[in-house]
Structure formats: structure tokens, C-alpha cells
Design a protein around this ligand. Sequence first.
Ligand code: G1P
Length: 299
Amino acid sequence: MTITPGIKTVIPAAGLGTRFLPATKAMPKEMLPVVDKPAIQYVVEEAVAAGSDDVLVIVGRNKNALANHFDRVAELEHTLEKKGDAAKLEKVMAASRLADVHFVRQGDPLGLGHAVLRAKKHVGNETFAVLLGDDLIDARDPLLTRMIDVSRAQSATVIALMEVEPDQIHLYGCAAVDETPESDVVKVKYLVEKPSASDAPSNLAVIGRYVLKPEIFEVLEQTQPGKGGEIQLTDALEALAADESLAGPVLGVIFRGRRYDTGDRLDYIKSNVLLALDREDLGPALESWLKELTGRLSA
Ligand code: G1P
């Protein structure tokens, strides 16, 4: 695994989280716990594992919970220290030690493309990563590291793609692609944001991982509102794919690993169960309860 030092990561977290109301009335959906960690902490851990040490979170009106989570909390640390509870102290301190975490407000919620554009000043003239909190990628399947390697090797913009059932494609950006000599890499011919199943050019969905070149900012500045009246990142990527002279090719890395979708309630519940099953402290007890429950439900 190549560790790429210093790449900056941008995490848009300014959505209204309406699918999780009322839980998200006073708290961003990225703070919802998955087992016992807020979703955004998994995402920051993924960025750090891929060699990123600088994270910019694009926040909305409920910034405080996010900022506090990645900050020190002296009183709690002190109490746990006095109790000699090293394990809990470690859990509290882990998030504040992970990376340099910065925050910028999105202001008007004008779409994912607009959120990413808010990172322009912080990112500067460098290739950077964008990670969306609705998708959690299993730490054992290092997708982002692979994407950064492909981007470096081919001086390309790289998006993550995953095969989905045709009846799911309307929830995602969708890519028309050509094969390349590498079995997990495709060349993106064009992109469509959330097409109907009948209009979709493939069953390859854009999942929430992007390695972008700084040229994307100029394109985003020109991008008109698209689907849903929002400035879509997919539309800016489509402009790059249509004209390679702007910033080189747009490539896709096909992800075949474990992904946990936390974007809607049912998938969120499933993700909690799957991730808890993998945990040493919870897995065995949860598994035997699930077996008993399955027996009861099928009786
Ligand atoms: C966004 C993007 C979409 C992408 C998806 C991945 O949509 O616009 O292209 O497929 O993230 O999660 P959202 O889910 O924010 O509506």
C-alpha cells in the first residue's frame, strides 16, 4: 500500500438530513452513531488510513456537535484519568488526535457541487479527496488508497464506481465507461446524475469517494444548477469527462469490497447490524440473538 503524504480531504456535511428527522433536528446526520462511533469518524479514519492528515468539513447550521467531536474535552478526559479508565480515555481522545480537522460553513445549501466549491481556498492548487459520509467503506478494503494511486499514476480525476441493481441507479450518479488494461479501472465517457433505470447508460453507480484535481473548482464555478435545482458535482465531472483538455481523463475505480450505506433508515439499521457483527465485543452475542430472532420470525 502506498501512503500518499499530505493529500487534503474534504467531507461535505451540510445536508439537512431530513430522512432521519427528528434525530437530525439539532444534530448533523454525520454525527449519528454507527454502533458506537459517529459516522463521520469512520470517514475521517478512512482518510487518515489513506495518508491524509488534513480534513476540511463543510458544515451547515449544526456545526457545533461536529467541531466538539474532533476537539479535546478536558473535563471528561480529566475525570476518566482520575478513575484510571484508560480504555474509555483512549476512545475519547482518539477523534481529537486523528488529523487536523478544519471547518467551513456552506452558507446556502445549493448542492454537493457548491459544497465542494467552498473548499477552494483551503485546498489550493493540489489534488484532493472528497468523501461523503453516507457511504462507509470497510477499513479492510482500501478503496481510497487505490484511487489516489491511480490518480497519481495517470494524472487523472478518479471516481469510485460500484455495480448496483438497475432499480437502484436512480439514487446515484451513473457512468458510461470504457474498459482499460487494468481490471478495476475504467475510463469514464460520460456521467448522468440520478437517471431513471430506462435512461441509465450502465449499472455503475458513483459512490461517495472522489479524487479531484484543482481544475474542478473552475468548472464548478461555471456549473449551472442541475437535477433538483442543485449545483451537482456529477455535472462538473461530466464537463471534465467531455473535454480532456481541461484536466486530463476522468477514470473510475470499480469497488468490489464492503460498503455500508448509512444514507437512509433501513440501510442505516443494516449497517449497524453488519458492523456490530464484526466486533469482538458485540458480534457473538448479537449473532446468537439474530439466530434466535430469525427462528421466532419464521415460526
Ligand atoms: C450524491 C451524488 C451522487 C452520488 C451519491 C453517492 O448524491 O450527487 O452522484 O451517486 O452522492 O452517495 P446524494 O446521495 O447526496 O443525493
